[in-house]
Design a protein around this ligand. Structure first.
Ligand SMILES: Nc1nc2c(ncn2[C@@H]2O[C@H](COP(=O)(O)OP(=O)(O)OP(=O)(O)O)[C@@H](O)[C@H]2O)c(=O)[nH]1
Ligand SMILES: [Mg+2]
Length: 487
């Protein structure tokens, strides 16, 4: 079975050592921000940077609330080959235009330098502290590729077939299955056929991701987000269903697919791991649990599976062929449910409990000794306020915001300009209600009334100063991820 070769491992170790050596000169912390597409990565990073640069209200982030942060500012990022996170554009959209930033779909990076005063008297005797925070935004879909490194082409093909049998998937896998079944693994390699196999498989993966299904476990990740590799041989393959016994004949279809699968691992997956994941110190994984809850129990189960796979990539335990290199490095992982501003605060703790329950099995399965894992329900940008509406005798808790143009509730369609109070409904008191056995329909699967809101209108002080972006529990997330580094 193919494994990372000694050469790869040595290179990863060397890269890591080089990073540490430069770290002696200017302490830096690499924070990975991941999550499946639309989870809220771009909004999270924009809000984090904006709140630090503009001294936002972060009561639970001790270094900032106690006034020890002298200055936070953006600097050139150290990696010349990685696109810069377009912070200014995203903030312009959020604050000036009150629209959400565009989808990003690739890796990007930003360096924020924080100058602070040490809390300890001992520290104060020395100089002022300076931390270079490198924030890396990358798609969770690419992370789901990492397990491929430990798999042979035959294993990859067998697993693809297994997954395609799951409910919610098999009805869209038909075209790929039909084509793959018709291919004799020993027939002559054929470029046109390879292209069709890739296309039908990619089409099936795309259908799974569609809004109504909202499924997430979908390697190879680059099939959906090819970047500049579109059309290259490393991306023109697909799983076969009929496999040769033993080694496939040279020049055969299966031999060609195997070679390309290996090329995908060598040229796409391994460099990504080596250059980005293996160098991270801290990680936040964003999850849009509300979307999954609203799509139903199958999506919740699928999200749980994806989260387990994502967390396993950071597993510092033994026996994991990849992670042993950065095991001692990623020492804090935060799993954050985003968009909590869609719920009244009474439900925030419930959302947190649901995400805790979602990640429980993953945390238990992965041996996280040496890393601290925490869970939070938050909103990087709070687009709503809270209020009560009197209906009958009881006051009803509501959230108030400006729904995006075109959003609907029942027969009402919103115009994108009018503030509206919405009673969202409650999340269940215990998460168990969401997690029922397969096929069994939970009696009270909650329906959260869910509309997307415009980003908030920022208030101005009497002096005309624009206040910082409001949030929910962003300060708690920052305290967990950075607090000890600014002590
Ligand atoms: N109300 C609210 N909506 C949010 C928040 N964060 C994200 N959203 C919504 O979720 C959408 C996706 O957020 P992004 O930050 O672009 O997500 P992403 O993970 O970067 O998505 P990709 O770049 O497509 O992978 C936004 O357009 C908003 O509609 C939040 O804190 N509050
Ligand atoms: Mg993004």
């Amino acid at each position: 079975m193919p494994r990372t070769s000694i050469a790869d491992e040595a290179r990863i170790a060397l890269d890591t050592m080089a990073d540490r050596a430069t770290g002696l000169i200017s302490p830096s912390l690499r924070l990975g921000v991941t999550g499946l597409s639309r989870a809220g990565k771009t909004v999270f990073i924009s809000a984090l940077v904006h709140n630090l640069v503009h001294g936002g209200r972060l009561p639970m982030f001790e270094a900032q609330s106690s006034g020890r942060i002298a200055r936070s500012f953006l600097e050139h990022q150290p990696d010349d080959a990685v696109p810069r996170f377009q912070y200014e554009d995203h903030i312009k959209a959020l604050i000036d235009q009150r629209i959400w930033p565009e989808s990003t779909r690739a890796i990007s990076e930003l360096r924020l330098t924080i100058e602070y005063e040490s809390a300890s008297a001992w520290g104060r005797m020395f100089s002022r502290g300076k931390l270079a925070l490198d924030i890396v935004d990358y798609p969770g879909e690419w992370l789901l590729d990492l397990p491929l490194i430990g798999k042979s082409y035959a294993e990859f093909s067998e697993e693809a077939l297994e997954l395609s049998k799951l409910p919610g998937r098999h009805d869209v896998a038909g075209r790929w299955i039909e084509l793959a079944e018709s291919i004799d693994p020993n027939q002559d390699a054929d470029e046109v056929l390879a292209r069709s196999l890739f296309e039908t498989f990619a089409e099936y993966l795309r259908a799974c991701k569609d809004d109504t299904r909202a499924l997430s476990t979908l390697p190879p990740g680059r099939f959906l987000m090819p970047g500049d590799l579109d059309g290259s041989p490393a991306l023109t393959f697909g799983p076969l269903i009929r496999l040769a016994e033993g080694k496939p004949r040279a020049g055969s279809m299966q031999a060609m697919m195997e070679r390309r699968f290996e090329a995908y691992k060598t040229h796409v997956v391994k460099p990504f791991f080596r250059e980005h994941i293996a160098r991270l110190d801290r990680q936040i994984v964003l999850v849009d649990a509300l979307q999954a809850i609203n799509a139903g129990p199958e999506s919740v189960a699928d999200l749980e599976r994806a989260l387990t796979e994502i967390l396993e990539c950071f597993r510092p335990g033994r026996g994991n062929f990849l992670t042993s290199f950065f095991s001692r490095r990623i020492d804090r992982i935060l799993i954050a449910a985003t968009k909590a501003d869609h719920l009244h605060h009474e439900s925030h703790d419930r959302l947190q409990a649901i995400v805790r329950r979602l990640s429980e099995r993953a945390i238990a399965r992965a041996d996280f000794s040496g890393a601290t894992v925490d869970v939070v329900a938050m909103a990087a940008v709070r687009a709503t306020r809270e209020g009560t509406v009197n209906r009958g005798r009881d006051p009803l808790p509501v959230i108030i915001g400006t729904p995006l143009q075109g959003e609907t509730i029942g027969d009402d369609t919103f115009d994108g300009a009018t503030e509206t109070a919405i009673f969202t409904g409650d999340l269940p008191e215990t998460p168990a209600a969401l997690f029922r056995k397969d096929g069994e329909k939970p009696e009270n699967h909650p329906a959260i009334r869910f509309v997307r809101f415009r980003p908030p209108l920022l208030e101005r002080t009497a002096e005309g100063v624009t206040l910082s972006l409001p949030h929910i529990r962003l300060d708690r997330a920052l305290q967990f991820l950075l607090g000890d580094q600014l002590a």
